[in-house]
Write a new protein. Structure first.
Length: 368
């Protein structure tokens, strides 16, 4: 059997073992987190005063499953990598592979390829599915708890804002929204006295949110009979505050990765902040490299010929270091969202840091 044939067999064997352990850890962690979330949801539903809503907790858990996988995937891969490499080390399979003259990089290449493939699969398949299920999950939560504060939507032709009142509602369309000053350029306001019953249509050059309501400049009104009336400056009551607008856009995790760049462009064209969506996009692009770096860390802290007690110390040290890097990643996200660093830096820094750290530690292990 040629050397290439042997390498092909080892590649498939190590890759399968790595994927198996990662899958088992992912299943276990996902189940634990899903059960905890389901118990918390049951508790929240049980304390509702008018508990008349029928809740299918199994459906809700399934809809939230991709979001759970998103959270636990890096930890599951670290756990799976450690268990896989520890097993290969204890059975001397990895030692035999190294004895054939292969470097540690060649021996671990199947695991790196498997981790990269898992990251690509998540970004290209799980993320689009999870974006759809996240929207359905939020709709179900609104039905149960009745807390829908998302009033703003963004389309290719501008922004749409819904302002609910006690006896009527306003549907506002504008070209650009200034999220800082909460002003809308070239607004068109549709005032409905009841659902589906248009009462008045207003147009202005700009509208500004003040303490007393919407102030519309150069307002012109049309009634249902087509009558036109120039008003000038007009004040309209509102239930919207500044924070409502800042929080009411589509959250990043509900936008598929394929359409996220276009959505960011639409936010920019309408004057809305794009920082969180841009950071999320770069985090998705960096995920495959992040998982490769985590696999390197898992290998570094398990592929050593040490006794059982020492191996447990290495396990613990690896988990602590990985947790510290994850905290660093969260810290970078905060820096990015507060404009301390560019979105690309905030999204890629954790992956690059883990990858370089893992490569440096493996290089030292290869020399020892």
């Amino acid at each position: 059997m040629s050397r290439m044939s042997i390498f092909g067999l080892l590649f498939r064997y190590f890759a399968k073992r790595h994927l198996l352990w990662t899958g088992l850890c992912l299943f276990g962690l996902t189940a634990i987190v899903s059960i905890i979330q389901a118990v918390e949801l049951i508790r929240r539903v049980s304390v509702l005063k008018n508990n008349i809503v029928e809740v299918d907790f199994l459906i809700l858990s399934m809809l939230n499953l991709p979001a759970v996988i998103d959270v636990v995937l890096p930890f599951a891969l670290l756990c799976g990598s450690m268990l896989c490499f520890n097993t290969l080390n204890k059975t001397n399979e990895f030692i035999v592979t190294r004895g054939m003259g292969t470097s540690i990089w060649t021996a671990l290449y199947p695991a790196f390829a498997a981790a990269f493939g898992v990251g690509l699969f998540f970004v290209m398949v799980i993320n689009p599915i999870g974006s759809f299920t996240a929207k359905q999950y939020e709709k179900q939560m609104v039905t149960i708890f009745g807390t829908d504060d998302r009033n703003l939507s963004v389309t290719a032709d501008g922004i749409w804002l819904r302002d609910r009142q006690d006896d009527h509602q306003l549907i506002i369309h504008g070209d650009v929204l200034d999220a800082v000053n909460v002003s809308i350029i070239n607004p068109v306001i549709y005032q409905f006295a009841a659902p589906g019953a248009l009462q008045t249509r207003l147009r202005g050059s700009a509208m500004l949110l003040t303490d007393t309501g919407w102030m519309i400049e150069n307002a012109v009104a049309w009634d249902n009979d087509g009558g036109r009336k120039e008003i000038g400056t007009l004040m309209i009551a509102t239930n919207i505050a500044t924070l409502d607008i800042e929080r009411s856009t589509e959250p990043p995790h509900t936008i598929p990765v394929y359409t996220l760049p276009r959505f960011i462009e639409m936010l920019e064209n309408t004057g809305l902040p794009t920082i969180n969506h841009s950071i999320h996009f770069h985090q998705l692009l960096a995920l495959p490299l992040l998982l490769v770096g985590i696999t390197m860390l898992g290998a570094r802290f398990t592929l050593r010929n040490v006794n059982k007690g020492r191996r447990m110390q290495l396990f613990t040290r690896g988990v602590l270091i990985a947790t510290a890097i994850f905290i660093y990643g969260y810290f970078m996200q905060i820096l990015g969202s507060t404009f301390r660093v560019p979105p690309a830096v905030a999204g890629w820094a954790p992956a690059v840091t883990i990858l370089l750290a893992g490569a440096a530690l493996l290089a030292r292990l290869d020399e020892s």
